[in-house]
Design a protein around this ligand. Structure first.
Ligand code: PLP
Length: 284
């Protein structure tokens, strides 16, 4: 693989970042994951805007312009021959060559790293035909989940807990209400109405969430943004998650309770199809 580090395109084995980088020592870094279909980027604009917001919220400098970022994404997709897959981007605050809780001076250059992941079958994903089995766990993450930081230890632990339970993923519950999935936004459908938690600092403002909510409304589906409990979701007709890397993923089981007939529901399947169609049409 050819990867990108601070202005250079290099074989992955030659790419280097300082051991003092605050991304490495303190998770002082933000990231984005953009999907590639037909060799083109899905919703690059949305990811670029959210990246800028994450950087602003943490007082981190922009590593380069949006146009330069687009060029880097495209060049990596081309160099690595990606037809279906992902582009991972990370910006960290860099370092001034030592470990310190205090931020380095404002002129310290941020560290910009990008790499691709080849994922043939991203759109025609067998996992989406089966649907995901979910467990619920307590949400013990920090209070600024709207900033897309690389503090992914708890989401990682959550996925491992799901795996140990023979499931695919975990939904996080705080004060009795579902926040989101470990790496996706969460929805259930009851009597034709799609319910999802409203945006706040408690969840990531998903790029896919925004697109799917718009597409659902355009398709005359009813959408309601409100807090919901895991028990409501368990009693739902169907459920699903959204993320840039898995699009719309049907959920067929929550905490051992099968939803509907235990297969992907019609609304989740339709939204997945509509989303992927539109993503292909608008990819750049
Ligand atoms: N929520 C969390 C915690 C995530 O990590 C992600 C994606 O990584 C999402 C939601 C979905 O966001 P997006 O649709 O922008 O990928």
């Amino acid at each position: 693989r050819t990867v990108y580090v601070n202005g250079e395109y290099l074989p992955e084995t030659e790419a280097k970042v300082s051991i003092f980088d605050r991304g490495f020592l303190m998770a002082d870094a933000v990231y984005e994951v953009t999907s590639v279909l037909d060799g083109k980027l899905i919703d690059f604009e949305g990811h670029a805007v959210r990246l800028k917001r994450s950087l602003d919220e943490l007082d981190m400098a922009e590593p380069c312009t949006k146009e330069e970022l687009l060029d880097i994404h495209r060049k990596l997709v081309e160099l690595n021959g990606i037809d279906e897959g992902l582009v991972y981007l990370q910006v960290s605050r860099g370092s001034d060559g030592d470990r310190d809780f205090v931020f380095p001076s404002a002129d310290t250059p941020p560290t910009l790293v990008l790499f691709t992941q080849n994922k043939p079958g991203l759109a025609d994903n067998p996992a989406a035909k089966k649907g995901a089995k979910i467990i619920s766990i307590e949400d013990i993450r920090w209070g600024r989940r709207d900033i897309k930081t690389v503090q992914l230890l708890y989401p990682s632990i959550g996925k491992m807990m799901a795996k140990k339970a023979g499931c695919d993923d975990a939904w996080l519950v705080e004060d009795g209400f579902v926040t989101e999935g470990t790496s996706n936004n969460a929805y259930f459908v009851k009597a034709g109405k799609i319910v999802t938690r409203p945006l706040s600092n408690n969840i990531l403002h998903g790029i896919t969430r925004k697109a799917v909510m718009r597409l659902a409304k355009e398709a005359q589906m009813e959408v309601e943004e409100r807090l919901f409990t895991i028990d409501e979701a368990k009693a739902a007709d169907e459920a699903f998650t959204t993320s840039a890397s898995a699009f719309v993923m049907p959920v067929v089981e929550i905490d051992g309770v099968a939803l509907g007939d235990g297969t992907p529901g019609p609304i989740a399947r339709r939204l997945r199809e509509i989303y992927i169609d539109e993503a292909r049409k608008t990819a750049i």
